[in-house]
Design a protein around this ligand. Structure first.
Ligand code: PMV
Length: 325
């Protein structure tokens, strides 16, 4: 039976938080070595967290696992670290809270699911504690989870999964870009889990073995992010697409693509995409393709699925918002 003290908590308002997926349009991997990167929010794929007072040990309810957070599998080390840090930061009780996480961001696909889950958890627990969550504190809490999930993350995902507009990210600082390029981004899941940690390590090895070529590729990917940002702001859709194809060539040379991603990217280009590339850590995960109109996007999505993609999402990009039209 609940004690009289627990009753008002149990009936109390829930704390709610959300964050969304992201794609990296340009600059993945190079950003780890100091180059700029350009990311787009994918707000049609979201994560929601609801935290409630409830008697008993700290508990998680999710598709992956439901039970005491202390007994959650290693896979959930990152959200567990965020919850622990947030509870301490907001002076919440270590027990007596249940957190429900729902959402559509597939894990380990380069879409920022770990950062989105961390962001939603941080916001829900801040809300439960009746606290305003400032940007700095938000980013710090997400970074706690990202360090567990990825080792030494650049911080790009933490910013991008909270942003409402494209961002250019360099040296830990994110700037929001005005978005004047409309079109459709097809996001395609290769069906193979992305291996961000391993891919980041293979780039480091490439840079050691081929320092001159490696530096040129880092600079090239960074330049594509800078020029791509100018194109995006100026509404030069074709140029954005051409630069995506160029970036894919460089990422392939670095060894962070995969046969599955290559097939999907090539199929998108053959079906009329303006550009296509892997997105995120690579060696699995997702590919993205830029298309001018919804009919073209549907055809490209179909071609990507025929080439092996296990799921595709069509996301409208443009000046107003990101919802598929
Ligand atoms: O796989 P994702 O979406 O977490 O993206 C990783 C992006 C990298 O540049 C490869 C790593 C990083 O920390 O920025």
């Amino acid at each position: 039976m609940p004690t009289s003290e627990e009753e008002p908590q149990r009936d109390g308002a829930a704390g709610r938080g959300s964050a969304h997926a992201k794609v990296i349009l340009f600059g993945e991997h190079a950003v780890v070595h100091g180059a700029p990167a350009l990311a787009l929010p994918i707000d049609t794929l979201g994560i929601d967290a609801v935290a409630r007072y409830r008697s008993g040990p700290l508990r998680l309810v999710s598709d992956i696992y439901t039970g005491d957070l202390a007994d959650a599998p290693d896979l959930l080390d990152s959200p567990r670290a965020v919850v622990t840090a947030a509870i301490a930061a907001f002076d919440l009780p270590v027990d007596g809270i249940e957190i429900t996480v729902t959402g559509e961001v597939p894990p380990a696909r380069g879409l920022g699911s770990s950062a989105a889950v961390a962001g939603a958890l941080a916001r829900a627990l801040a809300d439960l504690a009746g606290r305003e969550l400032g940007d700095e504190e938000y980013l710090e809490l997400v970074a706690v989870g990202e360090r567990v999930a990825h080792g030494a993350p650049s911080g790009l995902d933490a910013h991008a999964t909270a942003a409402g507009a494209p961002i250019i990210f360099e040296a830990g600082v994110a700037r929001v870009l005005p978005h004047r390029t409309s079109g459709y981004l097809v996001v395609a899941d290769s069906g193979v889990a992305g291996r961000t940690r391993r891919a980041v390590a293979s780039v480091a090895t490439f840079l050691e073995r081929h320092p001159v070529r490696g530096a040129a590729l880092m600079a090239g990917l960074g330049a594509l992010a800078q020029q791509g940002a100018l194109d995006l702001v100026a509404g030069r859709r074709e140029q954005v697409g051409a630069r995506m194809a160029e970036a894919q060539g460089m990422l392939r040379e670095l060894g962070v693509s995969s046969p599955e991603l290559d097939r999907i990217v090539d199929a998108a280009l053959a079906a009329g995409a303006l550009g296509a590339k892997l997105t995120g850590g690579g060696q699995g995960g997702c590919a993205i393709a830029l298309v001018a109109d919804p009919e073209g996007a549907a055809a490209v999505a179909e071609a990507m699925r025929a080439a092996g993609a296990v799921a595709t999402w069509i996301h409208r990009i443009g000046p107003s918002d990101g919802r598929a039209g």
